[in-house]
Design a protein around this ligand. Sequence first.
Ligand code: NDP
Length: 277
Amino acid sequence: MTDQYAVIGNPIGHTKSPLIHGLFAEETQQDMVYTAIEGLLEPDEAFADTVRAFVAAGGKGMNVTAPFKLKAFAIADERSERAELAGAVNAMKFEDGRIVAENFDGIGLVRDIEVNLGLPMAGKRVLILGAGGAARGALLPFLSARPAEMVIANRDVTKGRALAAKVGARGPLLACGYGDLEAMGRFDLVVNATSASLTGELPPVPPRVFSPEGTAYELAYGKRLTPFLRLARNAGVRTVADGVGMLVEQAAEAFDWWRGVRPQTRAVIDRLTVALD
Ligand code: NDP
C-alpha cells in the first residue's frame, strides 16, 4: 500500500506542505501520498482522535502546524531533545503503535542561513526577537552553530530569561527586553522570530542593532518586505531574507527522517519564493 503522510492544522488552506512533499517524493521516487487535514479545534480530544484515526488508516507520519504544535507535544510517546526544549512538535513518526515527535523548525532555519544563504554563524553575534515556539525551537540548533554570542529579546522578558536559564549551559545565551538593545551594539544576524509580521506589525527593535554587512532574517514568508525587513533595509543591511527557505528545509529534514533519503531543496525553494520587492 502507498504510504500515507499528512499535515494537520487549522486553518490549513494556506499550507504549502503537500506541494513540497509531493515534489520531494517525485524527485526521490518514493511511493507515498501527502495530504492536508483541517483538524477540529474542539472538543479538546479531537486532535488526538484525528491523529489516531490517521494512524489506524495506515498513516506513517504527520507534520503539525498552528495551532496544534503543543497538542502534538502532549500526545507524543517519545520526544527529541529539540522538541522537549521547544515545548512544541512539528513532525511525528508512527512506529509500532508509538508516536515519536520531533521539531525541525530550528534546524531548518540554521540550514537555510548557513547552507542556502552561505552565512556560517560560528563566531558571529546573533540576535533573536521573540520567545515563542519558533524561537525556542531555534535555540539548540543555533547554539550548536557556535555563535560568539546570542541574545534573545522579547516583550515578556520573563519568557526569554526562563529559556536562557534552561539552555544557558549550552552556549553564550543572554535574555533581555527590547529597551536593553540600545546599548548592546551591532549584531551580525538579526532574526525576527516574533509573529508581529503576520499582522503587519513591527517588534520594537532599535535600528542600531543592524550591521550593514550583516543579515536580517524574517521567519514569516510570502509577505514580501515586512516592516521588520523594511527597517533592516533602511538601516543599510545588505542581506535580507524571509522564511521560505526555512519552510522547505524543515520539510526536507522531516522527509529524510521518514523516508531515509534526503531530497534536493534548491528548486523547491525557488518555486515557492515570492520576491521581496
Ligand atoms: P508564537 O505565538 O509561539 O510566539 C509569538 C512571539 O511573537 C512571542 O514571543 C510574542 O511575544 C511575539 N510577538 C507577537 N507580536 C509581537 C509584536 N507586535 N511585537 C513584538 N513581539 C511580538 O509564534 P511562533 O513562534 O510559532 O511563530 C513566530 C513566527 O515564525 C510567525 O511569523 C510564524 O509564521 C513564523 N514561522 C515560520 C516558519 C517557517 O518555516 N518559515 C515555521 C514556524 C513559524 P510575547 O511573548 O511578549 O507575547
